[in-house]
Design a protein around this ligand. Structure first.
Ligand code: ZN
Length: 234
């Protein structure tokens, strides 16, 4: 979303692991109003080779981390604005003084320090379809009483997770507020506290990061070198 890029790279940390959805998962709410009065909400898919496979867009994962970060800061009594509060964002850009969330996640004036890649399945993916009647406030409050089918990925599906953190130190020790925040988010992800996708109010989309590893690359004398790597325990 951000069109601002870093002109200087000091440190890049790549985190990889396996994401597991512990509850049913549906991302990218595809709404199709079909003939009759049935409304179908399908799981988002991408063509990979011959197959159309469900995946979790990096932007959805980033959004999930962002809202978790917002809730942490709110709990600390800090001022948090929504990503769509463009007045507030313009004000920050004019002052050149960005809030912690914008410093980590970026806005139209400052580059994001986090890049999360689309997560593709590690193996076969099974989905199920549930038919419901009534109002699903997650998608369309304007259609009460409509019969609709909802597709979701079954629990315990595995996905490949990859995330880069740019110019913020997290390992071996987090540095600054930004490093601390990302460290906290990674802990929450590993504890299975973060939700992604639709139907969060009924517990859908709870994800957990397992087998996580990090690699730290540093720029030394103009050359990118691997300086540290390990498993994420904490
Ligand atoms: Zn901000």
């Amino acid at each position: 979303m951000s069109h601002v890029y870093f002109d200087k790279l000091d440190v890049l940390t790549r985190i990889q692991g396996t994401l597991i959805n512990k509850t049913p998962l549906r991302v990218g709410v595809g709404r199709v109003l079909t003939l009759g009065s049935s409304m179908d909400i399908a799981v988002l898919r991408m063509k990979l080779g011959k197959d159309n496979v469900p995946y979790i867009p990096g932007s959805s994962l980033k959004g999930a981390l962002r809202s978790f970060a917002e809730s942490i800061l709110k709990a600390q009594g800090k001022d948090v604005h929504s990503p769509w509060d463009f007045n507030k964002i313009d004000e920050e850009i004019k002052k050149g003084d960005y809030c912690l969330i914008c410093r980590v996640f970026g806005n139209t004036g400052i580059a994001s320090h986090i890049r999360i890649y689309d997560a593709y399945p590690e193996g076969p993916v099974f989905t199920e379809i549930k038919t419901s009647v009534g109002m699903n406030r997650d998608f369309m409050a304007a259609h009460p009483g409509v019969l609709y089918t909802e597709e979701y990925v079954v629990p315990y599906t595995k996905w490949k997770f990859m995330m880069d953190v740019i110019n913020i130190w997290i390992y071996p020790k987090p540095r600054g507020e930004e490093g601390e925040l990302i460290w906290t988010l990674l802990s929450a992800l590993r504890e299975g506290l973060i939700q992604v996708g639709a139907r969060k109010t009924i517990g859908y989309g709870l994800i957990r990061l397992e087998k996580a590893r990090y690699v730290v690359y540093e720029v030394k004398n103009g050359v990118l070198v691997k300086s540290l790597e390990g498993e994420i325990h904490e």
